[in-house]
Design a protein around this ligand. Structure first.
Ligand code: CDP
Length: 239
């Protein structure tokens, strides 16, 4: 698989075309950003850790029957993915209250959410990824009702699979964000699943082991990501 030109560079990943028209290379960089890009820092080993983490999770999801864009890991920091048309809508499921929900609704952080909540946000950094709903998505053509139904079902199926997987590592999957796209007419999971896009707490101490360590300046960010990985059976390559 030959990597060709850079298509675009996001906040933490770069995307390259390849010699295959329907495949792209994702490069996971060390760059880390929060607050819609207002806080930025390169964290050593992060590209490798998230690439290896994401590959492991995407394979588990595929095994569980969830279609994803993931094809295979190519190197420490690169993976091959199926080319898709991205749907500009982020799907968030919450099992426990944290982050934006606590800020918006004044719910106490750590409150169990039964049933888990499902929220939609528009992918739009300039506007701070505003919350939207199915009606807005349909009216403005961001996603069809059929696509939204499928995205919601897949997002909850991911919850079922990953809550269990993380629980086996004595971790609580607090919340997470997923992005989807269309490949050969089907809605499939895109982007990445790593501690950059979810919240994971130690099941007993509730210690934060995800990107909130970066957002809140707690330090030990990559060490926490690696700890999470080790607990669910990931072996990271040596530096
Ligand atoms: O954390 P923040 O206040 O930005 O938003 P949230 O709605 O509480 O986020 C819910 C979950 O989605 C968290 O696990 C975030 O890390 C993740 N998220 C993300 O990965 N990217 C975004 N643009 C927004 C949320």
């Amino acid at each position: 698989m030959e990597k060709r030109q850079e298509l675009y560079a996001g906040k933490a990943k770069s995307v390259y075309t390849t010699d295959a028209a329907d495949r792209l290379v994702l490069e996971f960089r060390d760059d880390t950003s929060a607050f819609d890009g207002k806080r930025k820092q390169a964290l050593e080993r992060k590209g490798m850790v998230n690439n290896v983490f994401n590959a492991f999770i995407m394979e588990r999801l595929e095994d569980a029957g969830i279609p994803t864009h993931f094809d295979k890991r190519l190197s420490a920091t690169e993976s091959l993915v199926k080319k898709m048309d991205m749907i500009p809508v982020e799907c968030v499921v919450r099992n426990v209250a944290a982050g934006g929900l606590v800020k918006r609704l004044g719910v106490e952080e750590g409150t169990a959410l039964n049933p888990p909540t499902f929220e939609l946000f528009l992918k739009d950094d300039e506007r701070g990824d505003p919350m939207i709903n199915e009606s807005l998505a349909e009216t403005f053509g961001w996603a069809t009702p059929e696509q939204l139904t499928r995205m919601k079902a897949l997002t909850f199926k991911v919850n079922h699979v990953l809550k269990q997987l993380f629980a086996e590592g004595h971790l609580l999957l607090v919340d997470y964000k997923l992005e989807f796209g269309i490949h050969e007419g089907q809605v499939i999971l895109g982007d990445e699943f790593s501690p950059d896009g979810c919240r994971l707490w130690d099941a007993d101490t509730r210690e934060k082991l995800d990107k909130d360590r970066f957002r809140q300046g707690l330090g030990g960010v990559i060490e926490a990501y690696e700890e999470v990985g080790r607990r669910i059976g990931i072996t990271f390559p040596e530096a």
